[in-house]
Ligand binder design. Structure first.
Ligand code: ZN
Length: 214
């Protein structure tokens, strides 16, 4: 939603409601973990009154453990925290699960997937950042593709049910490759909201998925 036109937020939410998109992805930034500041639980709660699909809330903030329950109350169905922001990640992941939300962990482009080896079974979703977090509309970092394959291998070896989400620079040009590499969830911002026909673009992107067996 970071790429949406916030002067027409209700219409943008309605577009997503009408589309084949599965979730709303909401990027919360604090100006400390990342250089940018976006929105918090107040806006998310307002959006949740209009939205008819689950809320995937991506916390790009320091000390996310302080705000898990507030984001859950505001309407978050998935809460994703950053590996790099959580010295006690095991505790934070379980705190998210106890709140009733699904627990996600995001990795910055330089953080190896092997850092999740000892926790993968407890994580519902791993978000691989394919740009440096902080701003929308950035170019996809291609080293993400081998990371997807490594992560898929780890998940399969451990018999875990973890979903792989790719966040940053995703569009029609690379969606099929990412799904083929093993991605389950694609976050698309500018490529959707900047399209002439966002609903049709989502439909095209979703169609790539039908060729693969998950
Ligand atoms: Zn995100």
């Amino acid at each position: 939603m970071l790429a949406a036109d916030f002067t027409r937020l209700a219409e943008e939410i309605d577009m997503v409601n009408r589309s084949e998109a599965d979730w709303f992805h909401l990027d919360v930034m604090d100006g400390r973990f990342v250089p940018n500041i976006t929105f918090g639980m107040f806006i998310i709660e307002a959006m949740s009154k209009l939205a008819k699909k689950p809320f995937d809330v991506h916390l790009m903030i320091l000390e996310p453990e302080k705000y898990i329950e507030s984001f859950r109350k505001a309407g978050a169905d998935v809460i994703t925290v950053h590996y790099e922001a959580c010295p006690h990640l095991h505790r934070t992941v379980h705190q998210i699960k106890e709140s009733g939300a699904k627990a996600g962990v995001a990795l910055n482009p330089h953080t190896p997937v092997s850092f999740l080896e000892d926790l993968i079974e407890d994580i519902d979703l791993v978000c691989l950042m394919s740009v440096n977090p902080g701003f929308g509309g950035q170019k996809f970092i291609y080293q993400t593709v081998p990371k997807i394959k490594k992560l898929k291998e780890l998940i399969t070896t451990r018999n875990a049910n973890t979903l792989i989400e790719i966040d940053g620079g995703v569009g029609l040009q690379n969606a099929e490759n990412l799904l083929q590499a093993g991605a389950d969830v694609l976050v698309a911002g500018s490529s959707i909201f900047g399209a002439n026909d966002p609903v049709a673009t989502i439909q095209t992107m979703k169609a790539f998925k039908s060729g693969f067996d998950f």
